[in-house]
Design a protein around this ligand. Sequence first.
Ligand code: NAD
Length: 293
Amino acid sequence: MTHTIGVIGLGNMGRNMAATLVKKSFTVIGFDLSETACKQAVEQGVIPASQLSILTEQCDIIILSLPKAEHVEAVCLGANGLIHLVTAGTTIIDTTTSVPETSRMVAAECVKRDIAFLDAPVSGGPAGAAAGTMSMVIGGDMKAYRHVLPVLEAMSSTRVHVGDVGAGNIAKIANNMLAAAHLITTAEALTLAEKAGVDPEKVLEAINAGSGRSAASQAMFPTWVMTKAYDSGFTMGLMRKDVGLAKTLAQSLNVELPMAMKSAELWEDSIHKLADSDDFCCIAQCTNPLLFG
Ligand code: NAD
């Protein structure tokens, strides 16, 4: 495959995805509104585009890694957005954790111009993006998915095509709803053990050998919470956004999710203690500031 790949959004995830593609011999052109983000990507071999049109002239596969749905909508459908710039036959791979309805709406506009749009949100954090070992969930046209598969394979170790466009984000929202709750319940389990006089480090080891384990207990707590490093590269602001996406989706479908709604309330309330820029693992400090602070 000789495509030149465009990456729009060169933050914690986009920059590392772009760097991985460079390492795997793709030519990558990157665009970001932030000069710092562009500079960091250039250091990793990404060719910077000073404007979107420079990127779209050379790329027929374009990856988005933007904070929220509103950014995806603006970049794709805005006055100077992608649908006005890209050539027919282009495929847009949106790795943003976004609103399923936005994915569907953008895809519908794209299809009118013979542009394919896949929603393909990711798991694995900046480290997974840098190692090319992310997990991706993909929604959208199977022909478009097959067309870009070599690019997805270069960035990820697992891929699940879950259905039509929007399904990728529904799967990702369900996943992050669990991840958000697991962080809190793991902090509560270790708090309970500590109050009962048992070493939380030992209890974490026991949980990871037992049925209570999760990515929170196996990766997040050992790497970022117990070490107090709190440098995962995923922010409170982005996790609050994801928890909000789950809540909105549940409400729009009239689905009652009492446990998830309690978790959402705790994530929302954390705004009084933790800034959007803080690491998402800091949520453990809301349960037990002495143990995890
Ligand atoms: P980030 O804030 O680090 O990066 C986003 C980048 O997009 C920034 O550099 C910003 O300047 C750029 N941007 C915003 N608007 C733009 C525009 N109009 N044109 C060009 N660039 C623009 O965010 P991130 O942590 O890289 O996350 C990106 C997405 O991936 C989010 O949806 C997030 O929820 C999801 N995600 C993040 C992680 C993680 O661990 N960080 C893991 C899985 C999924």
